[in-house]
Design a protein around this ligand. Structure first.
Ligand code: HEM
Length: 481
């Protein structure tokens, strides 16, 4: 009996480019429109590459839970390949022994609850320093660029945890560091021609300058990483409590196929893992707080309720400590609601099927690319009431969380390749946001009446225009009352 292949529906495509022209500047939005017309599982041809777009919670569960093993490859792509020293990292490494080994050691050495705790004082010091600097602006009631401030905050925490000092210590200033990270993001998210047109794509990439841009940021990052590694080799720390991530990585050994003993990792491995930490952790957390603040300023009722919860629990204490967060239920709902409407990685990271697999009854061939539109799932009217509304109360009596067990809310993905930095990311978001809300009241700059919520898409999704707000310190407000 002959097996009839039943592929997912496809929008009509053009010769050579396939459906590439339908992707548009903000892919999660154009793909959402296509899914409304053709269904929750569709097959696009991007150049030569069959790409499945998943847009329902049910189909996402098929991919990330039922068939997680068959779907946990990553495609090899030009940008990630270069920036990961040819896949020595965790995020873009193909599924296999190396990925399993590196993920396991990092889970223990970098991402465990104990490690998250061990960098707590660093995070709290950085929060204090950010609050101090905002206080200065609040005295003069000058508008501040929160986007920039949040990025620097998140980068400082990450740099200090990684190599013991802020990026200022790396001879790069904040703006330079931000440019470098944003450029890397653009490269990782960019649809490079080589990825869709094997054999000829490199010509297009050279013509468009993409190739040169990639080489350039690769060398900038490489010099930066090498310098921090060299600094650490000069002064090795003896005490465990003083260790930063570079110290940990320099001591790291992993099991390697064909060898009985665990082997130390090389400098290139360390650089590739640092790339994951910088690109995985800095921007995602900063822009989650940025979107949360944007939504709160546009929804004064929610802002007031969140502030009231925090201030009534924290009282006169100057700052919200990380251990206070547990009792801030409404704040936690605000963060969930933000990640529902603004998941930083709208399409997760691309996956690739290791073998043929059936999803929702459709045949997906081996080596297909899969992207899960979690942004669209977060706005699915069948799952969410008034989906476009920012309404944290929807989580009030709901068991739904973002840890990968509820497929209607997947900002961190799920399954074997789900985000290992979840606990760290959530801690950073909650504590930064709690302090911004506890210490200050926020309003629009003079003459501004609303916030431009437009997005720019790369590997993560940014606000198109910086979030500029005017802070008033709480002390000043209460004295004025
Ligand atoms: C708001 C914060 C964050 C969000 C929304 C986020 C989101 C994601 C997503 C969607 C994935 C892909 C999941 C999949 O394919 O199913 C991922 C993977 C990953 N994330 Fe995060 N992330 C965040 C914070 C962090 C932090 C703080 C770190 C590290 C310091 C980190 C490191 C990683 C790594 C290494 C992977 C690759 C895992 C693998 O392929 O095995 N992330 N993250």
């Amino acid at each position: 009996e002959k097996h009839v292949i039943h592929l997912p529906p496809s929008p009509p495509n053009m010769p050579v480019i396939g459906n590439l022209h339908q992707i548009g500047a903000v892919p999660h939005r154009s793909l959402w429109r296509l899914s409304k017309k053709y269904g929750p599982v569709i097959m696009l041809k991007l150049g030569k590459v069959p790409t499945v777009i998943i847009s329902s919670a049910e189909a996402a569960k098929e991919v990330l839970k039922v068939h997680d093993l068959e779907c946990c490859g990553r495609p090899s792509l030009a940008g990630p390949g270069k920036l990961s020293y040819n896949y020595l990292d965790m995020a873009f490494a193909p599924y296999g022994d190396y990925w399993r080994a590196i993920r396991k050691v990092c889970a223990i050495e970098l991402f465990s609850a104990k490690r998250v705790q061990s960098f707590r004082s660093t995070r709290e010091e950085e929060v204090t320093s950010m609050i101090d600097s905002i206080s200065k602006s609040s005295l003069a009631a000058t508008p501040i660029d929160l986007s920039k401030m949040l990025f620097n905050h998140s980068a400082s925490i990450t740099c200090r945890a990684s190599f013991g000092k802020g990026f200022q210590g790396s001879e790069m200033d904040g703006a330079e560091f931000q440019d470098l990270i944003h450029e890397a993001f653009a490269m990782l998210g960019s649809f490079s021609a080589v990825d869709f047109f094997p054999y000829v794509g490199w010509i297009v990439d050279r013509l468009t300058g993409l190739h040169d841009r990639l080489e350039k940021i690769f060398y900038k990052f490489d010099i930066f990483y090498q310098k921090v590694i060299d600094d650490h080799l000069k002064v090795r720390r003896r005490e465990k409590q003083m260790e930063d991530i570079i110290d940990i990585l320099l001591n790291l050994k992993i099991d390697q196929a064909g060898s009985d003993d665990a082997v130390p990792i090389t400098h290139n491995h360390i650089k590739a893992i640092l790339m994951n930490i910088f690109l995985g952790g800095v921007d995602t957390t900063a822009l989650s707080v940025e979107w949360a603040m944007a939504e709160l300023v546009r929804n004064p009722r929610v802002m007031a309720k969140a502030q009231q919860e925090i201030r009534s629990r924290i009282g006169d204490k100057q700052k919200v400590d990380e251990e206070d967060i547990e009792q801030l239920n409404y704040l936690k709902m605000v963060v969930k609601e933000t990640l529902r409407l603004h998941p930083p990685a709208t399409l997760l990271l691309p996956r690739e099927t290791l073998s043929a697999v059936k999803i929702n009854g459709y045949d997906i061939p081996e080596k297909s690319r899969i992207q899960i539109n979690v942004w669209a799932i977060g706005r699915d009217p069948d799952l969410w009431e008034s989906p476009e509304e920012f309404m944290p109360e929807r989580f009030e009596d709901s068991p739904i969380d973002f840890k990968g067990r509820h497929f209607e809310l997947l900002p961190f993905g799920a399954g074997r390749r789900g985000c290992p930095g979840l606990a760290l990311g959530v801690t950073m978001i909650e504590s930064t946001l709690a302090n911004l809300l506890h210490c200050f009241d926020w309003k629009y700059p003079p003459g501004v009446e609303d916030i431009d919520m437009d997005e720019v898409a790369g590997l993560s999704v940014h606000k198109k225009t910086a979030l500029v707000l005017v802070p008033t310190s709480r002390d000043a407000c209460s004295k004025g009352e």
